[in-house]
Ligand binder design. Structure first.
Ligand SMILES: NC(=O)c1ccc[n+]([C@@H]2O[C@H](COP(=O)([O-])OP(=O)(O)OC[C@H]3O[C@@H](n4cnc5c(N)ncnc54)[C@H](OP(=O)(O)O)[C@@H]3O)[C@@H](O)[C@H]2O)c1
Length: 305
């Protein structure tokens, strides 16, 4: 039997919900957790929870994914602490349905786009040399099952930060589509050297403090839905199984295949079964356009692949 090799795993949004449960589970299994959290205080509270059952104390890294300078500082901090990174889980996201009007970051990007797409894109690029230094590196993005209800969704390349089409739901799913497309692009760019997955998360029970923070009308709407939703622990298991698997997405794809079949195995449901993405995600020209545009928006970082 081979000796247990702890993995170094960075997970964003590790202070709450699924991210916290995944961090707890992976830490309890003996892996080294880099817990990326936006707020130092919430991060420290989460660290106590994670470390309660951990073999190695987790490390807190402060990172606001909507702020490019904060993402760059977090990546630098991680690079100073470790020579390699086995897994990056891009879990954090904003999905506050109470944000009826668009908010914009200091860089001028709409907040959902900045937090849920540009931040993870920049973080993945900045950490790619560390990932490339790991023996079997892996990147995990996170999307949403709700995209099933939007089969014709597309990236609005010419209206990205235009408030005209904004609603919190539209902005959220638009950024989640970009998460799937980035996973596909990365999987093809780094084929054979990086495992890439994107999890299609179904309705998951929100933590009590999240629900309590909602305006009363949304809370009333959310309460029955939240009771029926899957516990966050269940998705924490999914993330942990993906992070530590010995196989890669390519076992589901056919090397000679084109289009959808070539990408099968990247987008997975909560039971790690391959699922289809919205049609737009299979458009190679659109994926390349998204990549170039995202790369320019985050200052053209160097990628390892
Ligand atoms: N819950 C669901 O039903 C559901 C369904 C489909 C997909 N998902 C996806 O699953 C993932 C986890 O969601 P969850 O249910 O665990 O929700 P959650 O408990 O609200 O966790 C979201 C995490 O993202 C962090 N975050 C938000 N904005 C950030 C920023 N600017 N910088 C850094 N971190 C930020 C939050 O930090 P703070 O504590 O500082 O706010 C929190 O740690 C998300 O990608 C979400 O889109 C969830």
């Amino acid at each position: 039997m081979s000796a247990f090799e702890p993995l170094t795993i960075a997970i964003t949004g590790a202070n709450s919900g699924i991210g916290l449960r995944a961090a707890q589970r992976l830490a309890a299994q003996g892996h080294r957790i880099l817990a990326l959290c936006r707020h130092p205080h919430r991060g420290r509270v989460a660290l106590e929870t994670i470390n309660a059952g951990a073999a190695h104390p987790a490390t807190l890294v402060t990172a606001d994914l909507s702020a490019p300078e904060s993402v760059a500082a977090a990546a630098d901090h991680i690079s100073r602490r470790t020579g390699h990174l086995d897994v990056l889980i891009n879990n954090a996201a904003v999905f506050d349905q109470a944000m009826r009007r668009p908010a914009f970051t200091a860089s001028g990007h709409e907040l959902f786009w900045a937090t849920n797409h540009l931040g993870p894109f920049q973080l993945t690029a900045r950490l790619s040399p560390l990932l490339a230094a790991a023996p079997r590196p892996r990147v995990i993005n996170v999307a949403s099952k709700g995209l099933i209800t939007m089969p014709r969704i597309a990236i609005r390349f010419d209206q990205l930060d235009d408030p005209g089409w904004y609603s919190p739901t539209r902005a959220y799913y638009h950024a989640k589509l970009a998460q799937i497309m980035t996973a596909y692009s990365l999987a093809l760019r780094a084929r054979g050297t990086l495992d890439v997955a994107c999890v299609r998360v179904p309705a998951v029970r929100l933590d009590a403090d999240r629900v309590a923070a909602l305006p009363w009308a949304l809370r009333a709407l959310y309460a029955p839905k939240n009771r029926l939703a899957i516990p966050a622990e269940r998705l924490g298991e999914t993330y942990a199984a993906l992070a530590t698997r010995t196989t890669t997405w390519q076992e589901h794809s056919e090397t000679a295949a084109q289009g959808r079949s070539a990408l099968r195995g990247v987008y997975l449901d909560e039971k790690l079964r391959p699922v289809d993405a919205p049609a737009f995600a299979y458009d190679a020209t659109a994926r390349e356009r998204l990549w170039v545009m995202s790369q320019n928006a985050v200052g053209g970082p160097s990628w390892a692949w």
